[in-house]
Design a protein around this ligand. Sequence first.
Ligand SMILES: Cc1cc2nc3c(=O)[nH]c(=O)nc-3n(C[C@H](O)[C@H](O)[C@H](O)COP(=O)(O)OP(=O)(O)OC[C@H]3O[C@@H](n4cnc5c(N)ncnc54)[C@H](O)[C@@H]3O)c2cc1C
Length: 401
Amino acid sequence: MAETADIVVVGGGCIGASIALHLAERKAGKVLLLEQKELANGASGKGIGIIRTHYTHPVLAELAYRSLQLFHHFKERFGGHDAGFYPCGYYILVGESDVETLGSIVSMHQPLGINVRLVSPDEAQAEVPFLRIDDVAAAAYEPDSGYGSPPLTTIALANRARELGAEIRTHTPVLNIQLDLEGRVEAVVTPTGAIATRTVIDCVGPWAKQFTAPLGLPFPVKPVVEHVVVMERPADYAASHPVVSDLVNLCYIRSDAGQPYTRIGNSDPKYHPQFSLDSADDFNGQRFPNICETLRQKLIHRCPVLGTAPTVETYSGIWGITPDYQPIIDRLNHVPGLYCAVGFSGHGYKLSPIVGDLMSQFVLGDVNEQVHLLDIFRFSRFQDNNLVKPPISYANAGGLR
Ligand SMILES: Cc1cc2nc3c(=O)[nH]c(=O)nc-3n(C[C@H](O)[C@H](O)[C@H](O)COP(=O)(O)OP(=O)(O)OC[C@H]3O[C@@H](n4cnc5c(N)ncnc54)[C@H](O)[C@@H]3O)c2cc1C
């Protein structure tokens, strides 16, 4: 076994790239990131990229807030590379049944330092003039939030990791993890040979279940297809608009900076079982029947000026969902030397900068208050029936919030 590495990161999405970068920054020795295809081949290639701090769980809100700060200073912080971050502001709209919940969440966020305030639906409409608000009972606004480009961010993080000494190798699938006689990580096996290492970080996203199944670690991560519809706004409304999370209709929308396009994605958990695949390898960009038309109708409902607007594009991506919609970030005591950061369930992009920072500290053995924020994402929570549970939840949004 000629080749060796101190740490092998498996998976070149935004999470793997961020972890590799932060490890390289912390001078963790020879860090090697192996990606089976191109960077951002999975969820990170198709994500809609919304960056907000609105979470019902305080730990997630804090992580999102810290990540948001990193996005605001991305270029200075990460060697001049660009994440495509566009802080266009973020509205969350709720119906009658969620008014109290929204108020409690805003009150929970403000002491964390998050710049958020309750606004009237009229105020939201003044900012986004084509919004329909007759079914909106309350709203909140985060002026510092917005969206970024997940593929651009992944490449930026990987490029920075490379500059700091990490090696990024694409078209190199890890076929399996080899263990020594005591069951500890000994090597990763690729088509071109084995690479000896004592530390592997599994960042394979929606491939998580199949990747570690041979080790007796079948991760509860379901690959699910997520659809996106893009429509062109009429000329009178061509200016970009803030991101809108619509918890009345369970969808999210964002514009494209400098383009008259609005994108919509689904946030109704009832669809997820219908759109799940047995294996992430079965994903080929397929669109399930009817959902794109449903999304189009949801968008027209919220933005009636789009009633006769052309649909510019429909597409799909894949994400890996866990039973509580939260990631699994841990050291796997079953297999000494193996760590994981998978199952980001449709909201991992916004968390990727901070997760890379904290996970690199965790792997290198640093223990501090910030690293302990990751404790709620431990692998054993599924066996212990101790899923991540926010103190307060929206009526129909499930764990996505
Ligand atoms: C349509 C859509 C909209 C989204 N919208 C948002 C949003 O608005 N905001 C937000 O925060 N998040 C959003 N997400 C979710 C977000 O994109 C993901 O949570 C995030 O990209 C996960 O990154 P990851 O690195 O964990 O996984 P991935 O990006 O899936 O990366 C995993 C990588 O591992 C590689 N891999 C797998 N097996 C192997 C192997 N054996 N060897 C080597 N490499 C391997 C894959 O090829 C892949 O590149 C969205 C996702 C989709 C699909």
